[in-house]
Design a protein around this ligand. Structure first.
Ligand SMILES: [Zn+2]
Length: 292
């Protein structure tokens, strides 16, 4: 992932204190200044000493940059929140709530709540996939290897869709039946006969064409793993990385944690070509909602 780097050193320089973080939020949320409702114009707002808000230079109107953000009702310091976001967006293999707990010195309950909130920011809306889209499923966790769709007890099934050279989407699914897989494709892939959906020969995919896509099938059983452009190699290599990450970081992953892990991994994958460092994109995401 060749994302522009925002290093730990950068972080420590920019966000050394809670005040730095608050100021960053203030500027991000009010890039054009604050329109004071009392003065009926954009005025200068000054940080109130010891408080988390800014006050109009002429009257007593104030704004708080943390309103309507994940930070608003939290006892945890802004700097810890920022650091958690930094870790979650920059740690290549992903980071667990447990690791956040250790890094931040907060309780597990707090770490888990932060983890959940930050993860939500990472499930940003990806446009429907289009062009050449590979679709595949995989089994995560559990000890026994089971037949596909059967005997997979203790395993969680994950469905993945990836646009070649584009974004990816993954979801935990209950089974690999057509009525589960096909609606997922319909929801996440642009409907057009110019969109080519690549799957393997699993029967549940038989009716992909009827959804309005072109459909190419990889014949795994015929040992025909790579037939020119007919393959699901992009998705398979993504599964490989995701599974190595799970082994390295989480050892075993409950389904609840798995979706979190997938979301943050896919977020980093989908932002791999961004010019803006991922951490700053994430911060922008927080400050998108401007209170009225
Ligand atoms: Zn005013």
């Amino acid at each position: 992932m060749n994302n522009v780097r925002f290093t730990l050193k950068d972080f420590n320089q920019c966000f050394a204190t809670d005040e730095n973080c608050l100021e960053y939020l203030f500027n991000a949320r009010y890039p054009n200044g604050v329109f004071c409702p009392k003065c009926q114009k954009v005025t200068k707002y000054y940080k109130r000493a010891g408080k988390k808000d800014y006050v109009c230079e002429f009257c007593s109107s104030s704004v708080s940059p943390t309103v309507n953000t994940i930070f608003q009702k939290s006892e945890t310091s802004l700097k810890s929140w920022f650091y958690a976001m930094f870790l979650m967006s920059t740690t290549k293999t992903g980071i667990s709530a447990k690791q956040l707990q250790r890094e931040l010195g907060v309780t597990y309950k707090t770490a888990w709540r932060m983890f959940k909130e930050i993860r939500k920011l990472m499930t940003d809306n990806v446009n429907p996939l289009s062009g050449q889209v590979e679709v595949d499923e995989t089994y995560v966790g559990g000890k026994r290897a089971g037949a596909r769709g059967r005997g997979a007890s203790g395993k969680t099934i994950v469905m993945g869709m990836v646009e070649r050279d584009g974004n990816a989407i993954t979801h935990i699914i209950p089974d690999v039946k057509a009525h589960t897989l096909l609606p997922m494709i319909a929801q996440n892939v642009e409907k057009s006969n110019k969109t080519v959906v690549y799957t393997d020969e699993l029967r549940s995919y038989n009716n992909v064409e009827r959804l309005g896509y072109s459909h190419e099938i990889v014949q795994h059983s015929a040992k025909q793993y790579v037939n020119g452009i007919v393959h699901v190699n992009t998705m398979e290599s993504l599964w490989g990385t995701i599974k190595r990450g799970i082994d390295g970081v989480n050892h075993s992953v409950s389904p609840l944690y798995l979706q979190s892990y997938l979301d943050s991994y896919i977020y980093r994958y989908n932002h791999r070509k961004d010019e803006t460092p991922m951490f700053l994109s994430l911060l922008n995401q927080v400050s998108k909602v401007v209170p009225t």
